[in-house]
Design a protein around this ligand. Structure first.
Ligand SMILES: NC(=O)c1ccc[n+]([C@@H]2O[C@H](COP(=O)([O-])OP(=O)(O)OC[C@H]3O[C@@H](n4cnc5c(N)ncnc54)[C@H](OP(=O)(O)O)[C@@H]3O)[C@@H](O)[C@H]2O)c1
Length: 475
């Protein structure tokens, strides 16, 4: 199969020309993040407290052809005898201060990015010690504050929250007998839908994705990489394999326009064979023709599958029984049924993936009609149910929740005068920290990432692609 990689695609999925600072990069998740960013073309600087280990890593990275520099430093400058101060200083204050120090450089770059490594212990009780958990919850909140405060400086801030990943931190806890190996393993298996620990490079892939230009409308998010824990109450191959969909087949419903169209292109560019559908034959044929010229393998059928998003925004008191049934059938029931139908094929593949297109309207009130919003809220819950129920069948399920993206769906709402263009645009700008609409390919990039082998420990998540809208309480 010949896949044409246009320059814009290559640029969106590359970190060439970027510089990254990764604290604590000699072992564990930090080590995997250094490798992931360097493989994607970034120049990386890292640090640790152990000089000989740092030098050994720098030597290895140089042999691999990565541009990585390092320094010996202890980021926790305020050690005291008290555990509390020590953990606060190491896990929280240092991150806060380093962000303050980095701010002018990130701002000057025009494409600044901060990715905190938080923990699921900052989202739920995880028996990891309350002080540790408090610092991680504070990091998750800091993510929201910085995302909104610095959006105008073109700095995106996100946080990645892993569950147990086998690094030296965990080995240390086992050796201190804080965790008893056998018991942890069985507890983990019973509580985690994926039934295993994560690998460091299953965390670093998300860190790297969040740094890519492809993630340009994602800010303020805390995303769990936890094999489904929080929604249940070796170098695993070259990055080329982990960051590729060659050999995979995808079904994208409603692919001739808008977000679906961008998803078809993104998956095809990453090497997947794609099948799509829409109701309009001539538009579908035109798209298939364009994709064939681009070298993509895309097939299509004309059908009304009722598995796309539609909306009649009205005051709740004015919805008729027909409006209600139509929106439920199109936005929710169809997605439920197509997942049931697809289940045997996804299971047989051994690497099945479902990515629902939800909406921020399923997370907060967004003035687009209560019926539409409840279907999206239900999709977010279905995401959690299928993620846990089908984890054993090796099917991952996630959901992507966009804020306003200028597609024909929005143009239609404007033409129906449900949204008045000028006021609508200024309302969106005033409430969104990034002060703009999203683009369809800023949503499709996350859909594609969630389908990649690189995302193999992410399940049950609903991730907003919203320029910070849902984490902005008071502008
Ligand atoms: N745009 C936004 O701001 C936004 C924000 C949040 C969430 N979303 C969600 O994103 C999803 C896609 O929206 P979009 O804005 O990309 O819409 P869009 O630009 O209107 O594109 C919809 C696509 O689906 C096809 N389609 C529509 N109804 C169909 C049916 N019954 N059977 C088969 N194909 C059908 C359309 O082709 P035909 O019309 O020719 O069939 C077209 O290819 C929806 O679930 C929506 O709720 C959008």
């Amino acid at each position: 199969m010949t896949t044409i990689v246009p320059e814009s695609f290559a640029t969106r999925w590359s970190l060439v020309g970027m510089t990254a600072l990764v604290t604590g990069g000699t072992r564990g998740i930090g080590y995997a993040v250094v490798e992931e960013l360097a493989e994607l073309g970034a120049v990386v600087h890292t640090c640790s407290r152990n000089e000989s280990e740092l030098n050994q890593r720098l030597q290895e990275w140089s042999v691999k052809g990565f541009t990585v520099t390092g320094s010996i430093c202890d980021l926790a400058s305020q050690y005291t005898a008290e555990d509390y101060s020590m953990i606060m200083a190491t896990n929280l204050e240092s991150g806060f201060h380093i962000c303050q120090l980095a701010h002018p450089f990130l701002k000057a770059s025009g494409v600044g990015n901060i990715v905190f490594i938080s923990s699921v212990a900052g989202l739920v009780h995880a028996n990891a010690g309350s002080i540790y958990s408090v610092t991680k919850a504070a990091v998750n909140q800091l993510t929201k504050n910085l995302a909104c405060e610095w959006a105008g400086d073109k700095i995106r801030t996100n946080s990645v929250a892993p569950w147990f990943v086998k690094t030296s931190l965990i080995d240390q806890l086992i050796s201190m007998e804080v965790l008893e190996e056998k018991k942890i393993m069985s507890d983990l298996e019973s509580r985690t839908p994926i039934k295993r620990f994560g690998e460091a490079n299953e965390v670093s892939s998300l860190v790297a994705f969040l740094c890519l230009p492809a993630a340009s409308y994602i800010t303020g998010q805390t995303i769990a990489v936890d094999g489904g824990l929080t929604i249940n109450e070796s170098f695993a191959g070259m990055s080329l394999t982990r960051w590729s969909l060659v050999g995979m087949t995808a079904l994208v419903t409603g692919g001739t326009r808008g977000i679906g169209y961008a998803v078809v292109e993104e998956l095809a560019e990453l090497g997947a064979v794609v099948h799509t559908c829409s109701r309009n034959e001539s538009e579908l044929n035109q798209r298939l023709q364009e994709w064939s010229v681009k070298g993509f393998i895309v097939t299509g059928s004309v059908c009304d599958i009722n598995n796309v998003g539609m909306n009649y925004p009205k005051p709740t008191t004015e919805y008729t029984a027909e409006d209600y049934s139509m929106i439920m059938a199109t936005n929710l029931e169809s997605g439920f049924h197509i997942s049931q139908l697809a289940h045997p094929f996804l299971k047989a593949s051994g690497v099945g993936n479902i990515v629902f297109i939800s909406s921020v309207a399923g997370l907060v009130h967004a003035s687009v009609g209560s019926t539409y919003s409840i279907t999206k809220g239900a999709i977010n819950q279905l995401t959690k149910n299928l993620a846990c129920e089908w984890a054993g069948d090796k099917i991952r399920t996630n959901s992507v929740a966009p804020w306003f993206v200028k597609t024909s769906l929005i143009e239609q709402l404007i033409s129906m005068e449900v949204l008045e263009e000028k006021k609508f645009t200024s309302d969106v700008e005033s409430r969104t920290p990034m002060k703009r609409f999203g683009e369809a390919n800023e949503v499709s990039s996350l859909v594609a990432f969630l389908c990649l082998p690189a995302a193999s420990y992410i399940i049950g998540q609903t991730i907003a692609v919203d320029g910070g809208f849902t984490i902005n309480g008071f502008p």
